[in-house]
Structures are given as C-alpha cells and as structure tokens.
Design a protein around this ligand. Structure first.
Ligand code: KG4
Ligand code: ZN
Length: 344
C-alpha cells in the first residue's frame, strides 16, 4: 500500500510517498520533495499568509511529479491520499486539502486528514533508529511547545504546554531583536556558537513551577531589556553572548521539563520533534541528561525536523496500520487551523 502525503500548513510545501510493507512493519519512505518559502517571506521578516497560500498552489503539483519520478512509480500506484488538515494557516491548509481531495477523487481513492503535530511526533519512525511505544514526546515547533505521553498511534495525552509563546517563537523573536534574519532559530543558534552562554542572566520562566507547562514570552522582553542596556552600537561579541545566553535559557527549560515528564511518567524513551528539535545545543543537553538516567532519545533525521510531506504520509500510513483512521471517500473537506492534538 502506498500513501501520498501533502503538507502545506505554513511556509513549506511538502509531498511524499511512503509504502506500508506487506508484513506490517514500519512504513518506508519511497520519495519526498520539499519547497521552502523562506526566501519569499524573508523580505517581510516573517510568514505572509496570503503569499504562502499562493505559493503552495504553484508548488504542489510540480513537487508531486518529482516524487513520482524519484519513486519510479505513478499516480495510479497511490492507494490513499493524506494531507495536513490542521493546525496551521487556514488558506495554506486549504491548498493542500483541496489538491489532495481533487487527486483522490480523480483516482477514486480515499483521503485522510492528518494532524500536523502527529506528523512531527511520528517522524522519528522514519529514522534509522525508530522509537518504540510508549514514549514521552517533546514537540517544539514554531507554534507549539508541548510534552505528550504517547501510548501508541492516536493515543496522545497532553502533559504540559506553553501558556504563551512557543520555544520556536522565542528563538524567532529574540533573533529578530538581535537583528538576525528569518527564520530566527537557525540564525540565533549559529551566532550562539561564538558566544558565552553565561554572559547574561536571563529568566527561566516556570522552570520550577511544579507542573509541565512552559512560558517563553518573558524571555524576549528580557532580551530586549539587555539590548537596550547595550545601546545602539552593540558590537558582535556581546550580541553573540546574548544569543548564547538566550539559547541556554530555552534549552535549560526544555530539558528540565522533559526530564520531569520522564520522571513523572516513569517512561524510558523520549522523542524530540519539530523545528527546534534540530537545535544542536538542545540535542547535546538532552543526550547527556538522558544517558545519565538510562533514557533513550530519538530524533527525526535532521532534514525531517522542519515541516515536510514525509511525516504526513507516514502519519497517514501508521494511522491506517493501527486501524484508527477512517479514510474518507466523499471528497468533502474542511481544515482545522486550531486543533488540539489530543482531539485528533
Ligand atoms: O516544526 P517547524 O518547522 O514548523 C512549525 O510547525 O512551526 O518549526 C519551525 C521553528 C521556527 O521557529 C524555527 O526558528 C525553529 O523551528 N528552528 C530552530 C532551529 N531550526 C528551526 N530553532 C532553534 N535551532 C534550530 N537549529
Ligand atoms: Zn511543523
């Protein structure tokens, strides 16, 4: 069985084909193609939703063609078309959903709407070292910061989440204040390599709150205050120090709460997924903390950390395998810009 996946929730258009092995093992990625809109949005310092939707329209079919060429098969070989149903930008989601349903209708095959975060959460199953259920998942993307207890496919219990900004947002907003480009996360972490993480004392909100919630909004205010103190002609070294201190604060909180979630659940596996999961400092810290307490950590392959079609095709395939999915044949679709994962 082949599942086509289409992702268009934000600023990346992704299309992929995964194959479910006849023996029921972990689905295999046959091919995937991705177009990032970063260059287009850069001029505006962030994602412009209307431009994002229009660009998804331009990209999605050429990317699908590329996937079939790379996989050495054709549209007729598709058995199910999965697409990101939410959460995300409404207009952008509608492009993927519309194209998915049109393709499926033309083929007479069913469709499956997928939760974007479920895609991120399951994406490490495409790595060479796939996890086993159950596990704790730290989901860290541009819009979400959540700790989940994952019992199996579709069995997601929210343990804690951010009450304001997401970790990715904290990276992006701090990077913007530092005059770094968009997207800010990778730029800030590159600059942080040259800085001293202990140079500035920044807040670690909710770090000792006793629960598993996060709060990052105060961090950008603290970064702004420090920048004001440094004055308009700040040189490169204090900027790198501030970047390193910001990253350190985010990594401290994310890793402390992840360890707390592991302790509270008694689980011995951690999955880290979403764009911020690509952050090297976070990976190094979690690897070392988890090694000390005998916990295995799993990440998606680096190129599948940010948004992509492979994770959507995979989530579709795993939902079908688990018997939890109800593929639709009516080709009517809606999208869910706001959609809690526990309700997926
Ligand atoms: O999962 P993702 O690609 O998109 C969403 O679903 O939001 O995550 C994007 C977020 C952005 O905030 C970006 O700055 C951040 O992930 N990000 C990083 C790194 N790479 C991407 N943050 C810190 N370090 C990185 N290396
Ligand atoms: Zn994402």
């Amino acid at each position: 069985m082949n599942v086509l996946g289409i992702e268009s929730s934000c600023d990346e258009t992704g299309v992929a084909l995964v194959q479910v092995p006849p023996d029921g093992g972990v689905p295999r990625l046959r091919a995937h193609a991705l177009h990032s809109q970063i260059e287009m949005h850069r001029a505006y310092g962030g994602v412009v939703p209307e431009l994002a939707s229009r660009d998804h329209i331009r990209r999605v079919l050429p990317l699908a063609r590329q996937v079939f060429v790379d996989a050495g098969c054709s549209l007729e070989d598709v058995d199910v078309v999965a697409y990101t149903r939410g959460p995300g930008l409404a207009g952008a989601l509608l492009v993927g959903a519309g194209v998915a349903c049109a393709l499926a209708a033309a083929l007479g095959k069913p469709t499956l709407g997928i939760h974007h975060l479920e895609g991120h959460l399951l994406s490490p199953f495409l790595s060479d070292d796939p996890p086993e259920f159950p596990f704790v998942a730290l989901l860290v993307s541009g819009g979400h910061t959540q700790l989940m207890r994952v019992q199996g496919v579709g069995e997601y219990e929210l343990l804690g989440e951010t009450i304001d900004d997401a970790a990715g947002e904290a990276f992006d907003k701090s990077a913007k204040l530092l005059g770094l480009g968009y997207p800010g996360g990778p730029a800030l972490s590159r600059l942080a390599e040259f800085g001293n993480p202990e140079a500035f004392e920044l807040p670690r909100p909710l770090m000792h709150s006793g629960n598993l919630d996060f709060s990052f909004a105060g961090l950008k205010t603290a970064v702004m205050t420090q920048l004001r103190k440094l004055g308009p002609d700040v040189c490169e070294q204090p900027k790198a120090d501030l970047a390193a201190s910001t990253q350190e604060a985010i990594v401290d909180v994310l890793s402390a709460k992840s360890m707390k979630a592991l302790k509270a659940t008694g689980l011995k596996r951690l999955v880290v997924a979403g764009g911020v999961g690509a952050n090297r400092a976070l990976r190094t810290r979690l690897n070392s903390l988890c090694r000390r307490v005998g916990v295995r950590v799993h990440y998606p392959e680096l190129h599948l950390c940010s948004d992509n079609g492979a994770m959507i095709a995979l989530a579709g395939a795993m939902r079908l395998q688990s018997g939890r999915a109800v593929p639709a044949h009516d080709y009517a679709f809606d999208v869910k810009p706001r959609w809690p994962l526990a309700e997926a």
